[in-house]
Design a binder for this molecule. Sequence first.
Ligand code: ATP
Length: 271
Amino acid sequence: MSAIASPAAATPRPPAAAPLLSVRDVTVRFGGILALDGITFDVDEGDIVGLIGPNGAGKTTLFNCLSRLYVPTSGDIRFRGQSVMSLARHRIADLGIGRTFQNAALFETLTVLDNVLVGGHHVTKSDFLSNALGLKWVAREEEAVEAKAMDKIRFMGLEEYVDRPAGGLPFPVKKRVELARALMSEPTLLLLDEPAAGLNHGEIETLSEQIRRIRETEKVTILLVEHHMSLVMAISDKVVAIDFGKKIAEGKPAEVQRDPAVIRAYLGEKL
Ligand code: ATP
C-alpha cells in the first residue's frame, strides 16, 4: 500500500460548523417517573427543527430544561459550545434563547403593545432610578423600543389589535402576540411550544409562513414542539421524535414520518 497521502487527504478540511444547540444525554426524573431518558440531538444554526412525540413523551420537559425551568438529573445542554447547565435562569434570554408557551402566557389586562414591549425589557439599559429621574436618554431609549415593538407587531400582522387588552383576544391572535413578544429580545434560538395549538387549517398555513419568515428575515434558528404533523413536516429541516422520554428517530421530515418506531408510537393517532 502506498504511504503517499492522496491530495484530498493532504488538504485539511475546514472544521464543520459547531451546532448552535447540543442536547447531550439529557435525563430527567420526577420521583419514579423517567420523563427524559438520555436524549441527544443537535440544532444547527439557521435550521427549523421539529420535536414530535405523543402526549407525555417528554417534549415540554425538554423545553423546560432548555430554558432552565427544570434542572436535568444528568446530561448536558450546550449553546454555541458552552454548557448552560450552571447558568441562572434569567441569563438564558441574554444568551439569545427565547421561547413561547403552550398557553400563550400574556398579561391579560395589558394591551398588545405593552405585552410586546415587555419582551424588550431585558435589552434596555434604563433602571428604576434613571426612569424616575426622567433622563433624556431614557426617553430616547423608550421611543426606540416602542418603534421596535411596532415593527414586530407589523411583522406578525397585529396592527389592528395594538391598543386592545390581550385578555379579550381570540387564542390564535394571542399566539401571534406571544411570538411578537419573543422576537423583541432578538433571539438567536427560538423555542416554540405548540405554536399551532387551537388554530384552524387556514391559520396554520399563515403560521407556517410566519415561522419561515422569522427564520429568513430575522435570521432566527427555531426548535418547535408541535402536534400538527402537517405543519412540522412542511417547515422543518430536521425532525426529532421522542416517545416515553427516549429518542426514537431523527432525520429529514419524510424519513421520520415513515420510520416504523414513529408509526408505532403514534398508532391510533393520525400522522
Ligand atoms: P404533551 O404533548 O401532552 O404536552 P409532553 O411530550 O410535553 O406531552 P411532558 O409534559 O414533558 O410531555 O411530560 C413527560 C412526562 O413527565 C409525563 O409522564 C408527565 O406526566 C411527567 N411530568 C412532566 N412534568 C412533571 C412534573 N413537574 N412533575 C412530575 N411529572 C412530570
